[in-house]
Design a protein around this ligand. Structure first.
Ligand code: FES
Length: 160
């Protein structure tokens, strides 16, 4: 690490202290701290990982391992709307693959990429737990179920 490495500081240090105080072992606070950092920054940078490692007295590599395990933690900046299309069996059999192909064609992105204007990121995810209303797309924190290409288009057009 050099002096030129970017630094990360939490906006709300009192929340950090509060989170850490809930756990007898500081390391157990890693996930909530990562979520807090992501809600502030939009993604988990290496500066975030270093800061959290220091806070919980762990190695940055351990934090990086945790980040790489969870698909809801992002190591790159995301679009304003993260289109998380379920790819598991029920959704796949009910048109999720076509939804992904449609998004790729309309917005000129591949899964894992963000549109040039920063509006949409396309992510393929595992079962979202709403298999009975497949296909399901989670956009940021909201579920959209039983989508067709037409209803998806309407939905995406309505997002500002
Ligand atoms: S298979 Fe898509 S929500 Fe379960």
């Amino acid at each position: 690490m050099t002096n030129n490495d970017p630094k990360f500081e939490f906006d709300k240090p009192e929340m950090v202290e509060n989170i850490i105080s809930h756990y007898p072992d500081k390391r157990s606070a890693v996930l909530p701290l990562l979520h807090l950092a992501q809600s502030q920054e939009g993604f988990i940078s290496s500066a975030v990982m270093r800061t959290i490692a220091q806070l919980v007295e762990a190695a940055p590599a351990e934090i990086a391992d945790t980040v790489s395990f969870y698909t809801m933690l992002y190591t790159e900046p995301q679009g304003k709307f993260n289109l998380q299309v379920c790819q598991t069996l029920s959704c796949s059999l009910n048109g999720a693959d076509e939804l992904v192909d449609h998004i790729c064609g309309e917005y000129k992105i591949n899964p894992g990429e963000t549109t040039e204007d920063g509006k949409f990121t396309l992510t393929k995810v595992e079962c979202l737990g709403a298999c009975g209303t497949a296909p399901v797309v989670q956009i940021n924190n909201d579920y959209h179920e039983g989508l067709s290409i037409e209803s998806l288009d309407k939905l995406l057009d309505s997002l500002e």
